[in-house]
Design a protein around this ligand. Structure first.
Ligand code: M6R
Length: 609
């Protein structure tokens, strides 16, 4: 959820830590802080607000060659300077930054208060810092004190600690929340996300569950919570074409919307078989035999990823004729799921770190279920903990509002549905037609992007609307919901996305003269019924913006505006339909002057439950 960056080496730690935090700020941005260690001891800088506020308040930075920093998304305690990380123990000997939530914080706090502690903040992190500080006071090394504290903690923690008496070392620990360590020339780095390490090194070590590492400028030493030494593999950080720079775009969201054609091409590369009319997904190949025995598919995910899962479930049942459903991972994890040996469970997560999705994954695995993962982040927890899976290769997604990950995830489910369909009912001819449809997709996506100006005009017309409705049918019901989520998330406009069929069962009452409605009307089996739904909406005064085939005269005669769809394979319409809705939400948010890439109250990766 929050961003962590740490450094020990030859450079000025402040510079490295702040520039790393800048790359991670999308993960949390309600406050920021850095602590460094020099021969004079600990130096602390913290501010409420974005990282820029911290830099403005400390223009000269802080001294020292060891430092740790944090950008926060508040969980325990309000957004105040006292609650900002880093937190020190009560004698200001050690300081830590921490991602995650300590579930047994109240018991630990009570114990420490009874022993005389007077805490300065409301955070669980300060309690953790005090636990570690007391260990160090008793003569333990920082590493041993961290191990001792981690053994007492229930919940999640990715943490980095420094000791004012040791300006040569960082100690890092992981329970639940991800931490990666970068090995550079003359310096070592720690971050909550490999994205922050890219400018410095391409060599990293990923800390596994229950590991603690001691890091110096020249290397790392890792142990588990029983103090047994652990051998760590050095992995390569993949540098991707679309990196974390804005380029000529004013916002990451717009940049990422425009990166979609390239992302789709990358996601498909080497995965289509035009001769056989099928798809191959590397991570699934070694389990092909097991896939033949699968009788049901259950996708699980949260937010935008859940909508991509719902499209996937529709495609899987419609084309592969395999019973499929999409579950909200947060609910699945707690509802005592019935896990079946002939079911394939598929977790979808852009970040691969969403706590609810990981919790569902672990629950299913515990019950012996076969779990696959679809994720964008190489080396993420989802990719490490699933039995099989595939990367979507959308490239780093920085804007909190997900766009290119959504379409790439839907594409991954298409490839999977195609693979399943070809082992079951789908003929070679139909399979080849689908492959041809996928091969043409990025070109069609480029055509959709050409309507950006029209989407902007519509956004300006309806920017002040009280409420906006999105309707679709079939595989496009989740796309309607995704369109509504975009508008809520960045433009703060109340919005709903649902099936056109659901309107007359209640939501039609919301429609009044001039109510804006987006309608997804691709030329497929859903169109006829959708037109009926649009007539009902029109009769109540709705102003309808439709995404429909360029030559669909009947739709044109009913609605007010049309964004034309190029001819396409019916299975890919959810991917094309998403584009105008993304552009519309972007321009409404822009017209309202909101912080598009960092919407209020949100963070990119939700690593708490
Ligand atoms: O990283 P994940 O895909 O697991 O994230 C799930 C949701 O938190 C995420 O999709 C969220 O809904 C987006 N910010 C929406 O744009």
């Amino acid at each position: 959820m929050c961003g962590i960056m740490g450094y020990v080496g030859r450079e000025v730690a402040w510079d490295v830590v702040v520039s790393g935090l800048r790359r991670l700020e999308y993960r949390g941005y309600d406050s920021a802080g850095v602590v460094t260690v020099s021969e004079k001891g600990l130096h602390l800088a913290r501010r409420v607000g974005h990282l820029a506020a911290l830099q403005e308040a400390f223009p000269a930075g802080l001294p020292g060659k060891v430092g740790i920093g944090h950008t926060r998304w508040a969980t325990h305690g309000g957004v105040t300077e006292e609650n900002c990380h880093p937190h020190a123990d009560l004698r200001d000997r050690i300081a830590i930054v921490h991602n995650g939530i300590i579930d047994n914080v109240e018991a630990l706090r009570a114990e420490l208060v009874a022993a005389g502690a007077k805490f300065r903040s409301e955070t669980d992190t300060e309690v953790l810092a005090e636990l570690i500080g007391r260990g160090v006071d008793k003569g333990l090394s920082l590493r041993d004190a961290v191990v001792g504290a981690m053994k007492r903690v229930e919940g999640t923690a990715g943490l980095v600690a420094v000791d004012k008496k040791d300006a040569e070392r960082l100690v890092v620990a992981r329970i639940g929340s991800p931490v990666v360590i970068g090995l550079g020339e003359g310096g070592s780095y720690v971050a909550s996300d490999a994205l922050a390490l890219r400018p410095y090194t391409d060599r990293m070590v990923v800390l596994d569950e229950g590991e603690v590492a001691e890091i110096t400028a020249t290397g790392i030493k890792t142990v588990d919570l029983e103090q047994r030494s652990r051998e760590k593999r050095i992995e390569k950080i993949l540098h991707q074409a679309d990196d974390a720079d804005l380029g000529d775009f004013p916002h990451f969201m717009l940049k990422e919307i425009h990166e979609q054609p390239a992302a789709l091409d990358r996601s498909m590369r080497g995965r289509l078989d035009a001769v056989v009319g099928s798809a191959r997904l590397g991570g699934l190949q070694q389990h092909e035999q097991r896939l033949f025995d699968i009788r049901q598919v259950v996708f699980f995910a949260c937010g935008t990823s859940l909508y991509s899962a719902q499209v996937g479930a529709y495609l899987m049942s419609r084309y592969a004729r395999v019973p499929a459903q999409a579950e909200d991972a947060a609910e699945l994890a707690v509802k005592n799921p019935i896990v079946d040996r002939h079911t394939l469970y598929i977790g979808i997560s852009q970040s691969g770190e969403t706590a609810d999705t990981l919790s569902a994954l672990r629950e299913i695995k515990l019950r012996g279920g076969l779990v696959a993962g679809i994720t964008n982040v190489v080396g993420s927890s989802l990719s490490r903990e699933t039995d099989l899976g595939t990367y979507v290769h959308a490239g780093p997604e920085i804007s909190v509002c997900s766009t290119k990950a959504f379409t790439a995830q839907v594409l991954a489910t298409e490839l999977l549905a195609l693979r399943f369909a070809r082992t079951r009912d789908l003929s070679a001819t139909d399979g080849r037609a689908w492959v041809a449809g996928l091969e043409a997709l990025s070109g069609q996506m480029r055509l959709m992007l050409e309507h950006a100006e029209t989407c902007k005009k519509l956004a300006l017309r309806f920017a002040d609307a009280r409420f906006t409705l999105f309707v679709g049918r079939g595989a496009n019901v989740p796309v309607a919901a995704e369109g509504a989520l975009k508008l809520k998330e960045i433009a703060y406009v109340p919005a709903e996305g649902l099936s056109g069929a659901a309107m007359k069962h209640g939501p039609l009452a919301l429609i009044d003269h001039g109510s804006p409605v987006w309608a997804l009307v691709p030329p497929d089996e859903t169109r006829e019924r959708m037109l009926g739904n649009l007539r009902e909406l029109k009769a109540r005064g709705a102003i309808i913006m439709a995404v429909a085939a360029a030559d669909d005269a009947e739709t044109k005669s009913i609605v007010d505006y049309v964004i034309p769809l190029p001819p396409h394979h019916p299975a890919v319409s959810p991917i094309l339909n998403a584009v105008p809705l993304q552009l519309y939400a972007y321009h409404v948010a822009l017209a309202k002057g909101y912080n598009i890439d960092k919407p209020r109250n949100l963070a990119k990766s939700v690593t708490v439950m």
